[in-house]
Design a protein around this ligand. Structure first.
Ligand code: FE2
Length: 313
């Protein structure tokens, strides 16, 4: 076990920071390198093994690797030997009113034990109810009852996985009437109470800000950026079916939009460089295209870091 993995294994017991009342878990929000990474797709397995491209880290969806064996796990075993790894869950249903699926959680825990990723993350969403599974990540209202429920579930995940998790902000298409607080207030409360970190999806922030008519920059300003352990970047689609209302769709099927790159740079100027992933889950491009997007993320981070050095001098 290398040093980074030893740190992860030690992430067990949250303690409360007396000064800010925030629960913290030693070891920081994630042990991924603060540079660009890309999603690991089966279409690229062989190319990666043959060419060993210079990639900061890879991210996989946990649910694609929960089987007992087979090619995906064999490839992941080989690639993981050479690269830092993030395991990103899409099916935990953290916001479910029915509680977490114990069997699913145990299968994810087994995957995390096996591959010892530098980071584990999940969505602030729900996708199961009464034994029904939905293919979408559905929104939760932001109120005290849901806050208590989500904190309880995150506590269970972190205790079971014996590590801190990162919680990802959703992409929103509407605002729920029974919310009593903003999304950023909700996320601040969750981080303070559970000691989890944040996975800040900058594309989700942009999509939500356009769809729900608020300022993306103000949203970023209201987050506890020191708790952001990873950033997601992705492409979005535009739905023009209603001429009176622009709707953006979190599609993950194209290059990152210019406006999202700008918001990424704005975020980094406040947070400093963070592990930053190019998410691309449909119409999978060549590895070359993915890496070009990753290099754009690295360039933005280098410019921000350079600016900070100039200011510090
Ligand atoms: Fe994301």
């Amino acid at each position: 076990m290398n040093n980074q993995r030893s740190i992860n294994a030690a992430l067990v017991s949250p303690v409360t920071d007396e000064r800010c009342g925030r629960r913290t878990i030693s070891g920081g929000s994630s042990c991924l390198p603060r540079r660009g990474g890309v999603c690991l797709k089966p279409q690229h397995y062989d190319e990666i093994l043959k060419q060993s491209p210079d990639v900061g880290w890879f991210e996989v969806h946990a649910e694609n690797y929960l089987g007992a064996g087979g090619p995906p796990l064999r490839y992941l075993e080989l690639i993981r030997r050479d690269y830092p790894l993030s395991v990103h869950g899409v099916g935990m249903s953290i916001g479910s009113a029915d509680g977490l699926d114990a069997r699913h959680l145990q299968r994810v825990a087994a995957l995390v034990d096996r591959f010892e990723p530098e980071s584990f993350s999940e969505h602030l969403a729900w996708s199961t109810h009464d034994s029904e599974f939905f293919s979408d990540l559905l929104p939760v209202p932001y109120n005290k009852a849901v806050e208590d429920l989500v904190c309880e579930h995150i506590d269970l995940v972190q205790t079971t996985l014996k590590r801190q998790m990162l919680l990802e902000n959703p992409s929103n298409y509407l605002s729920l009437e029974n919310s009593t607080m903003s999304e950023t207030a909700f996320l601040n409360n969750i981080v303070r109470r559970t000691g989890c970190g944040l996975l800040l999806d900058v594309n989700n922030v942009y999509v939500s800000a356009i769809n729900c008519d608020y300022s993306a920059e103000e949203y970023i300003n209201e987050l506890p950026l020191d708790c952001v352990g990873e950033i997601h970047l992705a492409g979005h689609a535009t739905d023009n079916s209603d001429p009176d209302e622009l709707l953006l769709i979190d599609a993950h099927d194209r290059e990152v939009a210019d406006q999202v790159w700008s918001l990424f740079e704005y975020t980094l100027s406040h947070s400093g460089p963070r592990p930053s992933l190019i998410e691309w889950d449909a119409s999978i491009p060549s590895l070359t295209t993915l890496l070009a997007e990753m290099h754009k993320a690295d360039s933005a981070a280098n410019i921000v870091a350079g600016d900070a050095n100039v200011i510090a001098r």
